[in-house]
Design a protein around this ligand. Structure first.
Ligand code: ANZ
Ligand code: ZN
Length: 941
């Protein structure tokens, strides 16, 4: 551990100057290739991945938090003896580059690459232990080439197919708009009313993996429950009945199919509701202008499911009637805007007594409501407690919360299904003829059987999950490798013609995709017949690139495929760190891609065994990699105060916190704020997520320039546990800096003592010194190890904030150690040298630069990262002496240190001879002596 300096006099900088030392430490890591991960090792592997950034041009605080957390984990595991890999890259395709191109007249490629250069430098200045030799840039052909390769494989397998689908069309700009480019139903640039257009698009058959994507969530023990629930709801498996209402129209017999999860309520149907796009709606609108107008209106609503969930319920009678399959009654057919064409059959049996959407609809339009499920205690939901929450009910929204559930004021038991396929009984049928008295399961069974006899229905499992439309009519994305031939149809681009290169030097006009206007791009020949053919000009959804980058990091430079055999060593990712906003789509798509790649045979089949740290330990691996991310940490948001002034027409002008001075009252609470520039007051808004729109972002670069990366990192880790919201505080940053400066100052004041010890420790054992500690020194030594023990425990459960506070406690203990009066300097030196070495190592994942520098300067060693993780001195934790409180008549009179196992007779004796007790007794005998073991002795006189 010691570098064996011979010169006792250690020269080091007196003041903590983060700028100087951080550059030096970073240079050291760079030269030593410290973070270059080895694809083979005797150590167990630890693949630590943080979600890669979109190269917008500048790091924001959310990035800094994400990457600091990942880096703490990486460095900690490294010191714990793992073979660590922490890569970084760029999610480089996407719309903002096209928007920036329009605004600044630079090609998206040039804009993106220059942003990457800026952000790489910023990331490096944070001191992240990243293996940059594995950098992935998704807009580069060496990456997307393999995405195209996989596309062609999936296309041939039928896992990618073409289908006509609706998009947002801007009739003025003649372009397709992404959902986020539609603002209040209008195009973001043109302001024109957006229309829906049907165009052919490519879809990935993710529904084929729905069952596995759902089932495998159970094996993800290292994922937050909340994220798994959101995924389950998104996949939305439901068990129900598909059945038909027969009808006669235009002299023909036909059937209107519906899907229900509540077949037990079939006798309570009072109308049927169909989606506006349903063929029956179209048919009913023939010659009915009012209905036609209504249908058009419905079609103008958003395409997103979430919009539909929150929309006001609207409907219109079609005038058509269908026959109830069990009662034979005539039932009216309505168009309802809450019915989705893309789900189930695009039609529902409406049971207003027991479905809240139907209920609202029936109330609004005066339709009958017929109760068919008994309410009250026996149904278990009589108090309304069973509504909503936690099931896949309602229409899934992006946050997975479901929609529209919640108690409403109704006399009936409106119940969403709850784990009904388990044992839970939802209610008992009433007013349902032969089904009266049946519970949920038996009612559904017998109703499904009766429908089946008539050939009108059967039980059906259904998923909410839709196939993934990946075509985008955009330029800055991965070209879809398809060639359209009039003779041969859609032909995948052959391997030897990959990649289909995206031209990088283009002019973006905002009207239509540039690719569709470049004959040099789209004119080609058919790979099958050799005739003239046209290349597809759509590109892929950028979620495709982010679905497999984690795998590509394992195989940098691989030119033979998406990955090579190195993937088998590194996968799955041991720890994934990122924002909760990706809880559904990104994580689901990445899980899906993992399964696609596995089924393509890319992860091999061999079971690997490895030797860990010299031990004959067998790391058993599954036959192949089923899931990409073993553990998931979703970090909380970074929030900050907001400030504004009212502008014209009440428009808020947001002011950056950095430009504001805050006035506080005597207790430090803010009472007002002024703009520094003009000294005039500004309004204090709420504390909100750092964002451009509220102008409350703190620029990480400013913090790094002013205080150094270690301070930024320490503050971020200290201020909140990783999963929780972190409130930005300038005072907190100051505090972090002051702490690190104290660490530096402590090192500087004790550099020579520590230096002396480093030389001597080679000859003498520590044991004797530790034994020589006096009581006071021993207490402080123990405090330090108690803090270390807690920190090691907290590291295991990812509570890094308390690790930071343990570092503070240890420094305090060391400072105390220094001022304890003792004639024996040797013990003091050994205590602080060993103690400071613990502090430096514990602190190093959080503040890597200062700790690396001091480790070297004080002669502890060359590279702190290769030092062993500090372990607790368990012996120090055992307290052989304790302090007891001494009371006289219940009043505190002093403290007494005794041997932990002293018996009562001994304790009583000690209490009576305690000076202040002796004085009060004044020679008299005590009436009684009460001993509370481990706590106090009360002398009654
Ligand atoms: C009658 C009923 C009665 C329903 C009741 C629920 C409660 P999940 O569970 O999400 O799969 N539904 C079916 N297709 C629909 C569509 N295209 N658009 C909107 N809603 C649709 O949802 C299944 C339930 O959602 C079905 O069960 C149906 O309403 C409705 F007390 O049928 B139910
Ligand atoms: Zn052809």
């Amino acid at each position: 551990m010691s570098t064996g300096r011979t010169n006792a006099e250690i020269k080091m900088q007196q003041d903590y100057k983060p700028k100087n030392i951080e550059v030096v430490a970073q240079q050291y890591w760079k030269e030593k290739l410290t973070f270059r991960a080895k694809d083979q090792s005797e150590k167990p592997k630890y693949y630590c991945l943080s979600m890669f950034p979109y190269p917008s041009g500048k790091l924001h605080m959310g990035h800094v938090r994400n990457y600091t957390i990942g880096d703490v984990l990486s460095r900690y595991h490294r010191m714990k003896g793992f073979n660590v890999m922490q890569p970084m890259g760029w999610d480089a395709f996407g719309l903002p580059a096209e928007n920036a191109a329009l605004a600044n007249n630079v090609p998206p490629a040039a804009w993106t690459y220059s942003n990457i250069d800026v952000m790489r430098t910023q990331l490096q200045s944070l001191g992240l232990g990243v293996d940059w030799s594995r950098e992935v840039t998704t807009c580069k052909p060496d990456y997307y080439r393999w995405e195209q390769w996989l596309f062609t494989r999936l296309f041939q397998k039928g896992l990618i197919y073409k289908k006509t689908s609706s998009v947002n069309w801007d009739p003025v700009d003649h372009t397709v708009l992404a959902n986020e480019q539609v603002i209040d139903g209008r195009g973001w640039r043109s302001g024109a009313l957006v229309e829906k257009r049907d165009i052919p698009m490519y879809f990935m058959r993710i529904t084929q993996y729905a069952e596995e994507l759902l089932a495998d969530l159970d094996q993800l023990e290292g994922w937050p429950e909340q994220v798994k629930t959101m995924q389950r709801n998104w996949i939305g498996k439901s068990y129900g009945v598909r059945f038909a209402f027969p009808y006669q129209l235009d002299g023909k017999q036909d059937k209107l199919w519906v899907y229900t999860t509540r077949a037990d309520t079939i006798m309570g149907v009072t109308f049927v509701a169909v989606a506006a796009e349903h063929p029956l709606a179209t048919r009913a609108a023939q010659g009915n202008p009012v209905l036609t107008v209504f249908i058009e209106e419905c079609k103008h609503g958003g395409v997103a499911e979430a919009d539909i969930a929150t929309m006001e319920k609207k409907g219109m009678d079609t005038g058509l009637k269908v026959t109830h399959p069990l009662t034979g009654e005539q039932v009216p057919v309505w168009i309802g805007n809450y019915v989705l064409m893309g789900y189930g059959e695009g039609a529902v049996m409406a049971v207003p007594a027991h479905d809240e959407r139907d209920f609202g609809f029936a109330k609004k339009y005066g339709l009958p409501i017929k109760q068919v499920i008994a309410k009250g205690r026996d149904d278990g939901f009589g108090d309304g407690s069973g509504y909503g929450g936690g099931t896949a009910s309602g229409v899934g929204s992006e946050d997975g919360s479901g929609a529209g559930s919640g108690g409403i004021d109704t006399p009936f038991a409106i119940v969403r299904w709850q784990e009904w396929y388990g044992s839970k009984v939802v209610g008992v049928c009433i007013n349902s003829g032969k089904y009266d008295g049946l519970g949920y399961t038996s009612a559904v069974d017998s109703i499904a059987a009766d429908l089946a006899v008539k050939g009108l229905g059967e039980k059906k499992v259904q998923f909410r999950l839709r196939d993934w439309g990946i075509s985008r009519q955009r330029y800055w994305g991965c070209p879809i490798p398809i060639i359209h031939c009039v003779h041969c149809g859609d032909v995948p681009v052959p391997d030897e013609q990959l990649p289909v290169l995206l031209p990088e030097n283009v002019t973006i006009t905002g009207a239509g995709s540039p690719l569709a206007k470049m004959p040099e791009f789209y004119e080609t020949t058919c790979p099958q017949c050799g005739g003239a053919a046209k290349r597809e000009t759509d590109t892929m959804d950028t979620f495709v690139e982010s679905s497999w980058y984690y795998a590509r990091y394992t195989s940098p430079g691989c030119t033979t495929g998406m990955v090579d055999e190195r993937a088998q060593y590194w996968l799955p990712v041991d720890q994934y760190v990122g924002g909760i906003e990706h809880a559904i789509l990104h994580l689901l798509y990445a899980r899906f891609f993992n399964k696609l790649m596995r089924d393509e045979g890319l992860f091999g089949e061999t079971a690997l065994t490895s030797v860990s740290q010299g031990k004959e330990e067998q790391t058993l691996r599954p036959k192949s990699v089923d899931e990409p991310f073993t553990n998931l940490l979703t970090q909380g948001m970074v929030i900050a105060p907001t400030f504004f002034r009212e502008g014209v027409a009440g428009k808020k002008l947001w002011i950056n916190p950095a430009d504001v001075d805050i006035d506080t009252d005597s207790r430090g609470r803010p009472v007002g704020a002024k703009l520094r520039a003009d000294g005039q007051p500004v309004v204090i808004g709420g504390t909100e997520k750092m964002s451009k729109s509220k102008n409350n972002g703190v620029d990480p670069q400013v913090i790094i320039d002013q205080y150094g990366a270690d301070t930024a990192r320490f503050f971020i880790i200290f201020a909140a546990p990783p999963e929780q919201t972190l409130e930005w505080s300038d005072a907190g940053v100051e505090g972090a800096f002051r702490f690190l400066r104290r660490v530096w100052n402590f090192a500087y004041s004790n550099k020579n003592e520590i230096g002396v010890y480093q030389n001597r420790s080679k000859q003498e054992s520590d044991e004797s010194y530790l034994k020589a500690l006096n009581n006071e020194q021993r207490d402080v030594y123990r405090e330090m190890h108690v803090a270390l023990k807690q920190a090691n425990f907290d590291l295991q459960r990812l509570q890094f904030n308390t690790v930071a506070s343990a570092c503070m406690k240890i420094l305090k203990a060391l400072e105390q150690q220094m001022v304890i009066v003792t004639p024996d300097m040797n013990t003091k030196v050994v205590a602080i040298t060993k103690g400071f070495s613990i502090l430096l190592r514990l602190l190093s994942p959080i503040a890597p630069h200062i700790t690396q520098t001091l480790w070297q300067e004080l002669g502890y060693g060359d590279d702190i990262l290769s030092a062993p993780w500090p372990e607790v001195d368990e012996a120090a934790l055992v307290q052989d002496e304790i302090d007891l409180i001494i009371q006289v008549n219940g009043k505190l009179r002093g403290k007494l240190r005794v041997a932990k196992d002293a018996d009562h007779a001994m304790l009583k004796q000690l209490a009576l001879t305690y000076p202040s007790v002796e004085k009060l007794l004044a020679g008299q005998a005590a009436k009684k002596i009460i001993v509370v073991p481990g706590r106090l002795i009360n002398v009654v006189i």
